[in-house]
Write a protein that binds this ligand. Structure first.
Ligand code: UDP
Length: 535
C-alpha cells in the first residue's frame, strides 16, 4: 500500500472482504441536493475515470434512494456555494462482483471529509466558502475530529493559502490530483461528502445580484469561536497595549494612491499610531496578529477584508470603494461586521470625485480592461457614474470600476468617520448577552363591562422561568390584543406583569391576547398560548 496511509495498519484482506460482501453504504441528511451531506462506508473513487463508485451488494444501503432523481440535477453540492452547476457530486454504480475484474483497491483508513473548495486563490472565498464550512461540518460529525482527512475534489492546486487548510486537521489534506498516485481504485473506509452551508452569509450573484443570503444562520459568536481556533493553531495571541489603526493595502491593483496622506490624517484625527499591512509584505499569521489588537481596520474593498473577523470586539471596519461603485451593492464585509455578536462598527466610504480615480482600460479583461469591447460600449461605461446592478462574474463595467486606483479625498473620508463612528465604543465593547426570555407563565385575563359602550380587560402573567437566574438590565413585556375576526391587532409595551386596558375595549366582544417578554429591547421571547377573553 501507499506510504501515506501506512502508519495506520489496516487489515487489507478484511477490508476487501467487507467491501465485496457489504458493498457501499450511504445514509444522508437533507431533503434537497442543496442541503445534503452524505456519510458513506466504502465509497470508492476511480482515478482513471475520475468518478466516485458505489458498489451494490445484498447489504448495501442508499438513503435517500432517489432513483434517477439523483441526477436532477445532482445528489448534493460538493462546495458550500448553493446549487452551482460546476460543484455537483454524484457517483457511478457497479455490482460488488465487478471488483473481481478491477484493479486492487487502495483503502483510505482515515475518516474522510470529501468536498470542493470554491476559489482557493481568494482569501474571502477561502474563509467564507471553505474554512468556516469545513470547520463547522467537522463539529457536526464527531468522528470528523483532528485525525480526519480532508480531500479536495475541485481539481485545483494547493493555492496561495494552503497552510490555512492544514490547520483544520492533523493530517495533510489531499488534492484530487494526488489521488492518482495512490492507485487506480481508492476506497474510503468511512467518509462524509459535502459541506454544511449553515455558516455562509453571502451569495455571489450567480442567479440574482450579489448580496447577503436571505436566511443567515450564523452569528458573530460562531465566527469568533472559529477565529479563536485558528489563532490558537497559529500560536497567535491577541496583542495588548496601545490603540492603533491598521491600513490593509493592496499592492498590485485597486490601490490607494495617497496612502501616506491617509495614514497621517488617521493618526491626527484619532491620535493613534497607524500601521500598514499587505499580503505581499507580511505573512498572513503576522497580519492576523496585528489585526487582532487593532482599534480600526481601513481597506479598499477586496478579499483581504475577510481578516476583519480577527478584529477585537468594538473595533471599526472602514471599507473604501472606488469611483462609480455603490457600496450598498457589495456587502460581504458589511454583512460580516453586522452579524449579531460580531460587535464591529462598519463604515463605507466611496470615491465620488472622478478626478480622483485612475482607470485601466488597456488591461486584460479579468483585471478590468475594456478595450476589447465595442467602441460604443466603452464610451457608455466611461460616461456612467454608477455600475448598474449585475450578475457575477464577468461584467466588464464592474471589473473596470472595481480595479480602479483611488486618491482618497481626506475631507469627505474624515467626515464620514466622524459622523458614523462612536468613539467611546472603540475597542471597549462588552460581550452582550444573547439569552432570550422564556415564555411568560400563567397568563390570565379578567373582564368587566362598565356600561353599554364601556368595558375593561385586565391581563396578568408571571415572569419567564429563566429570569430568576439572570441579571437583565431591562425587562419589558409586549401584549398584542386582537378583536376576534379582525386582521389587525394593537401592540403594547408594558413594564409590569399586569395591565388593565379600557381604551378601545368594547363590551360583549371576544379578544385574543398574546403576551411575551423582551430583554434589553431586542431579545424577544416566545408568545405564551393565546388568551381568549370575552367582555
Ligand atoms: N490581492 C492582494 N493584493 C493585491 C491584489 C489582490 O493581496 O494587490 C489578493 C486579494 O486579497 C485576494 C486575491 O489576491 O485574496 C485575489 O484578488 P482579486 O482582486 O481577484 O479579488 P477581490 O479582492 O476583489 O475579492
Amino acid at each position: 500500500q501507499s506510504q501515506e496511509f501506512s502508519q495506520v495498519r489496516i487489515d487489507y484482506h478484511g477490508a476487501l472482504l467487507a467491501l465485496q460482501e457489504h458493498g457501499t453504504r450511504m445514509v444522508c441528511t437533507g431533503k434537497m441536493h442543496t442541503d445534503r451531506i452524505c456519510r458513506f462506508d466504502y465509497l470508492c473513487y476511480c482515478t482513471e475515470a475520475e468518478e466516485f463508485v458505489f458498489f451494490h451488494s445484498n447489504a448495501s444501503v442508499m438513503l435517500p434512494n432517489l432513483g434517477p432523481r439523483r441526477f436532477q440535477p445532482a445528489l448534493l453540492d460538493l462546495s458550500s456555494v448553493e446549487d452551482h452547476n460546476t460543484q455537483y457530486f454524484n457517483f457511478l454504480e457497479l455490482p460488488a462482483a465487478a471488483l473481481k475484474f478491477m484493479p486492487k483497491p487502495v483503502f483510505v483508513p482515515d475518516v474522510t471529509l470529501i468536498l470542493n473548495r470554491f476559489n482557493p486563490d481568494n482569501l474571502m472565498h477561502i474563509f467564507h466558502d471553505d474554512l468556516l464550512p469545513i470547520y463547522y461540518t467537522m463539529q457536526q460529525y464527531s468522528d470528523l475530529d483532528d485525525e480526519a482527512r480532508l480531500v479536495f475534489m475541485e481539481g485545483w492546486g494547493e493555492g496561495a493559502h494552503f497552510d490555512l487548510y492544514r490547520l483544520l486537521s492533523s493530517k495533510q489534506p489531499l488534492l484530487k490530483e494526488q489521488l492518482k498516485t495512490f492507485g487506480k481504485l481508492m476506497c474510503f473506509t468511512k467518509s462524509y461528502v459535502g459541506l454544511s452551508k449553515m455558516t455562509t452569509w453571502y451569495q455571489y450573484g450567480f442567479v440574482q445580484p450579489q448580496g447577503p443570503k436571505a436566511n443567515i444562520l450564523i452569528s458573530g459568536n460562531e465566527i469568533r469561536q472559529f477565529a479563536s481556533f485558528l489563532m490558537e493553531r497559529l500560536n497567535v495571541t491577541q496583542e495588548e497595549g496601545d490603540d492603533y489603526i491598521v491600513v490593509f493595502k493592496r499592492t498590485t491593483n485597486r490601490l490607494i494612491l495617497n496612502e501616506a496622506e491617509l495614514l497621517l490624517s488617521l493618526a491626527q484625527e484619532f491620535q493613534m499610531r497607524t500601521v500598514t499591512v499587505s499580503l505581499e509584505e507580511q505573512s498572513f499569521d503576522s497580519i492576523i496578529q496585528i489585526i487582532s489588537g487593532a482599534t480600526m481596520l481601513v481597506s479598499m474593498h477586496g478579499a483581504q477584508m475577510i481578516s476583519s473577523m480577527f478584529l477585537p470586539r468594538g473595533a471599526a471596519v472602514v471599507e473604501l470603494f472606488p469611483y462609480a461603485i455603490n457600496p450598498e451593492q457589495y456587502t460581504p464585509y458589511k454583512t460580516l461586521a453586522s452579524l449579531p455578536g460580531m460587535d464591529l462598527q462598519y463604515v463605507a466610504w466611496r470615491n465620488t470625485m472622478e478626478e480622483n480615480t485612475v482607470t485601466y482600460p488597456d488591461r486584460h479583461w479579468d483585471q478590468g480592461g475594456i478595450v476589447h469591447l465595442e467602441k460604443e460600449e466603452q464610451e457608455r461605461i466611461l460616461a456612467s457614474k454608477e455600475v448598474p446592478r449585475h450578475l457575477c462574474c464577468r461584467n466588464p463595467e464592474w471589473l473596470f470600476r472595481i480595479y480602479q486606483d483611488t486618491t482618497v479625498d481626506i475631507a469627505s473620508f474624515l467626515d464620514i468617520l466622524r459622523e458614523t463612528l462612536k468613539k467611546p465604543n472603540l475597542k471597549k465593547a462588552k460581550v452582550a448577552s444573547t439569552v432570550h426570555p422564556g415564555r411568560v407563565r400563567e397568563p390570565k385575563c379578567q373582564t368587566s363591562v362598565q356600561a353599554t359602550n364601556e368595558a375593561k380587560l385586565s391581563v396578568s402573567w408571571q415572569i419567564p422561568w429563566n429570569l430568576k437566574y439572570l441579571k437583565v438590565k431591562e425587562v419589558k413585556y409586549e401584549v398584542w390584543i386582537q378583536e376576534q375576526g379582525e386582521n389587525t391587532y394593537m401592540p403594547y409595551i408594558l413594564p409590569h406583569q399586569n395591565y388593565t386596558f379600557s381604551e378601545n375595549i368594547k363590551p360583549f366582544t371576544t379578544y385574543l391576547v398574546w403576551v411575551r417578554c423582551i430583554f434589553n429591547k431586542n431579545l424577544l421571547g416566545p408568545f405564551a398560548d393565546v388568551l381568549i377573553c370575552k367582555t
